[in-house]
Design a protein around this ligand. Structure first.
Ligand SMILES: Nc1ncnc2c1ncn2[C@@H]1O[C@H](COP(=O)(O)OS(=O)(=O)O)[C@@H](OP(=O)(O)O)[C@H]1O
Ligand SMILES: [Mg+2]
Ligand SMILES: [Mg+2]
Ligand SMILES: [Mg+2]
Length: 332
């Protein structure tokens, strides 16, 4: 299958959602609403999920969608002003949107996984978005546990990572078996992307989360050093990290379980799009034990622990170091 229409729909949805997020930043200082797990959500997360679900459901009405957010909080009477604000931003993309339609579109994204389903993260890296730092709109199509289409819109990512003060806004797109490409969010020719090669020593850098609670920075640092990475890490919010590996700017992205939440299970929408983009750029993604990420078990990667994303050539070395580190720490 070529997945051409799925790719085009995912691109249109991601572009509309990214415009909405940028408009929110231009017009207001978004406030964080605290969710039950104490993580933040904003009007832009809700608006982005509404626009994406509306776009996907219009094109593929029978496909389930598994998104991060739900509209329960927006349905509360004391949240009417917030829902009005979300509706205002959704109307910038879908002019006839009403508050009732907006909550129903958001909840269209609370489907269950099936043999074919979409997963989306309306804003991946909400903390980064609130800090005016990196964030991504992430959309993926999964069939039989295999990611077939992955799109990441990164509005704050420099088009050329070596020129951080120049133009921003990057769209990454991949279809299984067709390679990965990046293009300016504003439009332009897609450029095929490739991970770094073993010979590109200047690109032997690693990326990791900004938030210390989303990984294990000490262990990540030790593993990177053990495989010969001398430079300190580039800390970046969101799946923009997958983009950095896919375009060869970094050779490794490590996400090892945080000592603060050792039993945390990764969410499918935090990885699906990024995984395909890196794999189609020639890289490799597994969990910290070397197992492939399993997208068929529910909204979390139940069977996996930690995530290792690399250019491929250093992957086995990283897993070997992790095996040694884990044996040492268990034997202590
Ligand atoms: N304990 C723990 N461990 C690992 N991951 C966690 C944890 N808690 C939250 N999350 C998820 O992290 C997502 C954002 O992480 P990022 O690495 O993209 O950004 S960051 O630099 O860490 O902020 C973030 O995604 P968003 O909620 O979409 O921003 C969360 O789903
Ligand atoms: Mg979140
Ligand atoms: Mg996320
Ligand atoms: Mg999110």
């Amino acid at each position: 299958m070529s997945y051409e229409s799925e790719k085009q729909v995912a691109i249109q949805a991601a572009l509309a959602a990214a415009r909405l997020c940028q408009r929110v930043h231009q017009e207001i200082v978004p406030q964080a609403i605290e969710k039950n797990d104490r993580s933040p959500v904003t009007v832009a997360d809700f608006g982005s999920q509404a626009v994406i679900c509306h776009t996907i459901a219009a094109a593929f009405p029978n496909d389930p969608i598994v998104g991060e957010e739900d509209a329960a909080v927006l349905r509360q009477p004391d949240m009417a002003t917030c829902l009005q604000q979300v509706t205002h931003y959704v109307q910038s993309e879908i002019p006839d949107a009403t508050p009732e339609a907006v909550v129903s579109w958001i909840d269209r994204g609370n489907g269950g996984i099936g043999s074919r389903y979409w997963t989306l993260d309306p804003i991946d890296g909400t903390k980064g978005f609130l800090r005016q730092d990196q964030y991504a709109v992430a959309i993926a199509l999964i069939e039989n546990s295999d990611v077939k289409v992955g799109v990441l819109a990164c509005p704050a990512l420099p088009i050329d990572l070596s020129q951080p003060t120049q133009d921003h806004g990057v769209l990454f797109v991949a279809v299984r078996g067709q390679g990965a490409a990046m293009m300016p969010l504003q439009g332009g020719e897609p450029k095929p992307i490739h991970v770094s090669t073993a010979e590109q020593a200047d690109r032997l850098r690693f990326v990791e989360s900004v938030e210390s609670g989303h990984g294990n920075h000490d262990l990540q640092d030790a593993v990177a050093k053990a495989v010969g990475i001398q430079a300190s890490s580039i800390r970046m919010d969101s799946q923009a990290k997958y983009g950095a590996v896919a375009q060869g700017e970094a050779a490794l992205y490590l996400r090892l379980p945080s000592p603060k939440s050792p039993n945390y299970r990764e969410k499918i929408w935090d990885h699906a799009a990024g995984v395909l983009i890196v794999e189609e750029a020639g890289g490799k993604v597994t969990d910290m034990h070397g197992a492939p990420l399993k997208f068929s078990l529910g909204s979390t990667l139940e069977a996996n622990q930690g995530v290792v994303v690399s250019n491929g050539s250093i992957h086995e070395g990283v897993l070997q170091v992790l095996r040694e580190q884990l044996t040492t720490s268990i034997g202590r």
